[in-house]
Design a protein around this ligand. Structure first.
Ligand code: PXP
Length: 244
């Protein structure tokens, strides 16, 4: 019975391809909620390559479930988060050259910076999630810092081509999820998850929410957003557990 938060960045990517106003990620946010999603995610990047400031403000106004702002832990983004007041902020590393977020936060190196960001977000009343690679010591650092949630990076597992690689990468996710749960952290998972790979998470019951974008928007182009969300929602509900 896991929850599903839908990332609508790629609706904005299509809009940006022509530099116009359509399709509007704000309209997509309304539609994914109407289809039953438990939250809407937008990633405001430093370079504004897809989601822009106007989207963040409007999505905050229209979303009635959870508005989740994905962002780097920079001064600019922390000020925007404090002003906009999302339900949750997910802190991610960000590199301008990357096509998408490539890895989790290198918490060993940036622990103090992230601890300061968590403190600022908490002072603004924003729940804080850290996007982390599936490494048990990173879960321990997240608990030390006082994060509320860890989002385990599932990209390596989802991209794995061989059975052995899939097994190995999923075992890392399962171990990290178990450790995080024991530390009292809420456990989310995301990156690269599609309609097939989500099924594996019946073996990681600590995961209470998935953050999924590309697979849903890609399917929506073919069958419509409503059906794309609905089908992923049914899969999410069949695995994991629901933290109330
Ligand atoms: N979670 C985080 C932290 C991400 O950066 C992304 C990509 O924007 C996602 C989840 C969603 O990944 P995908 O688009 O591959 O489903």
């Amino acid at each position: 019975m896991a929850l599903l938060a839908v990332n609508v960045d790629h609706v904005a990517t299509i809009r940006q391809a022509r530099g116009g106003t359509s399709p509007d990620p704000v309209a997509a946010a309304v539609l994914v909620e109407l289809a039953g999603a438990d939250g809407v995610v937008v990633h405001l990047r430093e370079d504004r390559r897809h989601i822009c400031d106007r989207d963040v403000r409007l999505v905050r106004q229209v979303v009635k479930t959870k508005m989740i702002l994905e962002m780097a832990a920079t001064d600019e983004m922390l000020s925007i988060a404090a002003e906009v007041g999302p339900y949750q902020a997910t802190l991610v590393p960000e590199r301008r050259q990357e096509v998408t977020t490539e890895g989790g936060l290198a918490l060993g190196k940036v622990k103090d910076q992230i601890a300061g960001a968590v403190e600022r977000l908490h002072a603004a009343g924003v729940k804080t999630s850290l996007f982390l690679d599936p490494v048990v010591s990173h879960m321990e650092l997240a608990a030390d810092i006082g994060a509320d949630i860890v989002e385990i990076h599932t990209g390596r597992f989802c991209d794995a081509r061989t059975r052995a690689e899939k097994k190995e990468t999923f075992a890392q996710i399962a171990a990290a999820a178990e450790a995080a749960d024991k530390l009292g952290l809420t456990v989310h998972a995301g990156h690269g998850i599609d309609y097939h790979s989500i099924r594996a998470f019946s073996a990681a019951p600590q995961v209470s929410e998935f953050s999924i974008g590309h697979a849903i928007v890609a399917k929506a182009v073919m069958v419509g957003l409503d059906r794309a969300v609905y089908e992923m929602l049914a899969l999410a509900r069949s695995v994991g557990r629901q933290d109330l």
